[in-house]
Design a protein around this ligand. Sequence first.
Ligand SMILES: Cc1ncc(COP(=O)(O)O)c(C=O)c1O
Length: 276
Amino acid sequence: MGHGALMLGHNYPSVMEAAQAQLALGTHYGASTLKEIEWAEEVTRTVPSAEVVRFTSSATEGTPMALRLRTHTGKSGVIKFDRHFHGWHDYVVASSKYSAGAPAGVPQATLDSVSVLPLEMGEVRRTVDERGDVGAIIVESAGASSGQLPVPRGFLHELQAFCRAQGIVFIMDEVVTGFRWAPGGVQEVEGLKPDLTTLAKILAGGFPGGAVAGSREVMEFLRFPDPGTKATKVGHPGTFNANPLSAAAGVACLREIADGRHQRRANDLSAQLRAG
Ligand SMILES: Cc1ncc(COP(=O)(O)O)c(C=O)c1O
């Protein structure tokens, strides 16, 4: 199922119709489109903590954006968890399922800025105290390997409260769990409100796409261009950011999920199968 991107299955009718209609209109207009706004509206109505959304072409572009947004804390250190996967970029590639040892080609200074920890609050507290520079913590919401190594019950709530108290950006990676655990992901099920959420896979209905969604307060640090304060902002130019084809498919896919139509269709199909 497309590494988890095709939650509705291959060639899901409403998603394919939306994509084909968009193909006839064009695949690139060079700047923001109304489809991008519709796409963002689907995310904000579904994901509880999403006030503002920025689209990328993959989560490997989205998770570094979320981590870069720790800039406003003035602290450069990062905590990630053992074997949690957030893409293949330099900050997160240490101790993912693809890289148990030192990852090739990553500067030592980058590796040194990231602490890789077990899912234990004692370790988190100790590391934050010792380093004194932790600006962001990123966690795979259901645990490593799509939840095969689950997050202990209560851990995410404790982590969120700790991040709030310490002024650390709390990032939930909902690339696998978003729109799947519940339409609003693990944060909907658990009643959490991360500062930032990373999304991809189902988000774009089977086309390339990712996003960072979060509180207006933190997402403000993405505003660009802003000549007066450029140095303190995170820039995000990208040729295919929020491209209209992925947006069209994403809107159709997220509407199916938010309205529960995919569930009714699945029930109808299985009733037809049972009836022979
Ligand atoms: C939890 C998680 N985060 C991030 C990623 C990276 O996503 P992408 O393949 O869109 O770069 C993945 C991909 O499998 C993932 O499972």
